[in-house]
Write a protein that binds this ligand. Structure first.
Ligand SMILES: [Zn+2]
Length: 557
């Protein structure tokens, strides 16, 4: 209603960074990319926009092959296990993907190979002979994490072939001192291997020009890219000597696979294709990806900025035809109780465990109200308890509950009429509408933390309205006045079902059911209008947020 799109976009294509399928996903993933994307998508759907939410499992790369060797099962068994589990956990937490796919599908393999061949046939790629570590014992090249050794920068003895966990240096296997195979401990030899390179350096100028047109990108993303541009972009090898991955579709190279960061972002395209195959409209994906009228938004954590703001856009430019990202709203990290929420350090809360123990809307609300949008934030169980009890329960739940108690007790469970309005009544409606305008701007500008705060502030004012109008007095002294007050409070309950829907999808569905209203009333356009008709029968209320006791929190911390 108040909205002006910055460009004439007809469709919105939202991606959330693919989840790496070599382990269970944790709350850091939710805070980094999945929840902001889901909130944004749900908000756009409330506005009636044509929006798709694409995500899936990233199922290639050395870490998966490594996990398979460690667990003594096949890579396929590893990805099946974690893909299935993570997907379920996400749906349990209310993620509203249009598709949650995976990169081990035939469609993805074909799409990635076609993409590669498009660049190859245009002579954009070149090959280079590289010296690499090779294990004679295992008869394999030791790429990335298959090799460990001493970090040349800090002397840490367990650095892997791609990075040093201790000092954060980005490494190549040949830089390691005293290298050895991660699996057998074998000392590798240096052997030559031929690889395809993507000429990333050639695209630096185009990327800088393109990013120069983006005046609404977050400073962390712009600054990060500026750092890379300043150093000068380097060409990147896009093939690897591995067994597990998308085979390189060129004769003589068919024992190699595509580098995981080449094929993974293409996963957004192949997942969209799969979605439209499911919808019996196999060319439908082109309307989104080939269309300059699509707003493409990538949600991700800061560790993935280079791939989404530099590498993938350069690939798309090289290929041609595809739409480039409108925005790349990367988040910083969320830490658990002050320490890094990272798989490697073992200090983690798995999504699958959290949703079993806690109301998923409480998890969403807690993370959204403390989202690491501009800096790292901390997740505390005590904070989750406080958000649940003092805000969701004591402010939102309480307003809805006291309103329903009145409607049931004095108006036979129906919506009373709205009689003559006083200033206090028109003021709360004005307050609602100015709040809606602010929240809409928050969502459009990726300020989800502000959206949560601004939403709850309207409920605070609604509670104040309830207190100030004193319906418990009015019901005895002036029943008509009480009718108007409770009518307005019920209208506000409906508004809150809409306003909170992006953050609290399960609870707002319950609220709608309590109001005996359908999905058609879940529309942003109706959030500011008082749409409930007098005489309409309500359903029985239910408790939306159970109090979380100290003893429960002690068990979780
Ligand atoms: Zn180091």
């Amino acid at each position: 209603m108040f909205f002006i799109m910055e460009k004439n976009y007809k469709k919105i294509l939202v991606t959330s960074a693919l989840t790496y399928a070599n382990g269970y996903t944790h709350l850091g993933h939710i805070a980094g990319s999945l929840l902001p994307a889901d909130i944004y998508v749900r908000f756009q759907r409330l506005l009636g926009r044509d929006v798709l939410y694409i995500c899936g499992s990233d199922e290639h790369g050395t870490a998966i092959e490594m996990s398979a060797i460690k667990e003594n099962i096949t890579p396929k068994e590893i990805i099946d296990k974690y893909h299935k589990s993570n997907k379920k956990a996400y749906y349990d937490l209310g993620m509203s993907f249009d598709i949650y796919s995976r990169t081990s599908t035939d469609v993805h393999r074909a799409t990635s190979q076609d993409f590669f061949m498009n660049l190859y046939n245009k002579d954009l790629l070149y090959t280079k002979t590289e010296k690499q570590l090779y294990s004679e014992k295992e008869k394999r090249f030791l790429a990335d994490r298959f090799v460990i050794g001493t970090c040349p920068v800090c002397g840490f003895e367990e650095a892997t072939g791609d990075e040093c966990e201790n000092c954060g240096s980005s490494l190549t296997p040949l830089e390691l001192k005293n290298p050895r195979s991660k699996i057998t401990g074998d000392t590798p030899v240096v052997k030559e291997s031929n690889h395809f390179y993507f000429p990333l350096s050639k695209y630096q100028q185009s990327l800088e020009t393109w990013q120069g047109t983006k005046n609404n990108w977050k400073p962390n993303v712009i600054n990060y890219c500026a750092g890379w541009f300043k150093k000068g972009l380097q060409d990147r090898a896009i093939t690897r000597d591995l067994d597990w991955g998308v085979p390189v579709p060129v004769e003589g190279y068919d024992e190699k696979v595509l580098y995981v960061w080449f094929d993974a972002p293409i996963g957004y395209i192949s997942a969209t294709k799969e979605l439209f195959i499911e919808r019996n409209n196999p060319d439908g994906w082109k309307d989104y990806w080939y269309n300059g009228e699509t707003k493409l938004v990538h949600f991700l954590g800061k560790d993935n900025i280079i791939f989404h703001a530099i590498f993938f856009p350069a690939m798309l430019m090289a290929h041609g035809d595809f739409v480039l990202a409108d925005n790349v709203p990367a988040n910083e990290f969320m830490n658990l109780e002050g320490s890094k929420l990272s798989k490697r350090r073992g200090n983690i809360i798995y999504v699958k465990d959290a949703v079993e123990k806690i109301n998923p809307d409480t998890i969403r609300y807690t993370i959204a109200s403390n989202m690491p949008e501009n800096r790292d934030t901390d997740f505390y169980w005590s904070d989750l308890q406080a958000k649940n009890n003092n805000e969701l329960g004591a402010i939102l739940g309480n307003f809805i509950n006291r309103t329903f108690v009145f409607a049931n007790k004095y108006f036979d469970g129906t919506i009373p009429p709205q009689n003559e309005l006083q200033d206090i009544d028109t003021n709360i409606k004005l307050r609602l509408n100015s709040g809606l305008e602010k929240i809409e701007a928050d969502y459009e500008n990726y300020k989800f933390k502000d959206a949560v705060t601004d939403s709850m502030n309207i409920v605070r004012d609604a509670n104040k309205y309830f207190n100030d109008t004193e319906p418990w007095k009015a019901v005895k002294e002036n029943k008509e006045r009480c009718e108007t007050i409770i009518n307005i409070c019920l209208q506000l309950v409906h508004s809150f079902a809409v306003i909170f829907h992006p953050v609290l999808p399960f609870s707002t569905e319950k609220i709608l059911h309590m109001l005996n209203k359908g999905k058609e009333d879940l529309s942003w356009d109706k959030a500011g209008d008082f749409v409930l008709k007098p005489g309409h029968r309500l359903n029985q209320p239910e408790i939306l947020f159970n109090k979380i006791e100290d003893s429960e929190i002690e068990k979780l911390s």
